[in-house]
Design a protein around this ligand. Sequence first.
Ligand code: PGA
Length: 267
Amino acid sequence: MRVIQVKDYQEMSDVAADFLAGQIFHKPHSVLGLATGGTPEGTYKSFIQKARHKELPLSELTTFNLDEYEGLSPEHPNSYHMYMNEHLFQPLELSSTQTYLPKGDAENVEKEARRYEQMIQDHGGIDLQLLGIGENGHIGFNEPGTSFTSRTHVEHLKPTTREANARYFEKKEDVPERAITMGIATIMDSRSIILLASGDRKKQAVKKLVEEVRKEEFPASSLKIHPYVTIIADEAALSAVSTNTWTEPENESLIRWTADKKEWEIG
Ligand code: PGA
């Protein structure tokens, strides 16, 4: 895993947006895997500016989101459909035939999960997957204990996850108890992955990800054996990590950022 240490949320967002723009510039027919939550909001904002400024070709792009709450229709204000429309799809005028999320209000959500998994495969898999990380180490909605061999499935959300996401809902009890999420193996099939982390709230999760062994009790640790994972994290999110675990990158062909950004590989 490569770690790019940035100063703050804004810089994390700008660097992540550069990755997305670079991917599309080099491969306009890319398949992007997208995330929701507070973390990627700034990335989408920065990406929209870059896409407009650089006139990125977006017509051949396809996107697949990680997850959606069970029972919420695409029009529900707390659905991830709505989030994506607001934060990315509408500003960039991406059409509904190139942007996919699982249908949380499907009659049979298990069947919907299988359909979604198949659709990702049918599009040739994901080129670049954007991830956040939960305080409990979840990626997508893959909660602690989820099998590393899991594919898109229906997941029961942990009370801590429902609490963390309650800030978006009117009442805590309104947060759905289940969601459809890409599985760990689905995510691991992505050709490259960017994981974003910002702020003090994420520092214990980032420390575990960097320093501890790969285990299903900590879903993000699955990424440790993926060949192309880049963690973009700010100083606060990295503040608990012991720098003894890091080494200077050996591979000089890695993209190097300006001198004030530190870039590491986890040894
Ligand atoms: P957040 O959520 O970006 O809102 O912190 C991340 C996650 O739970 O994966």
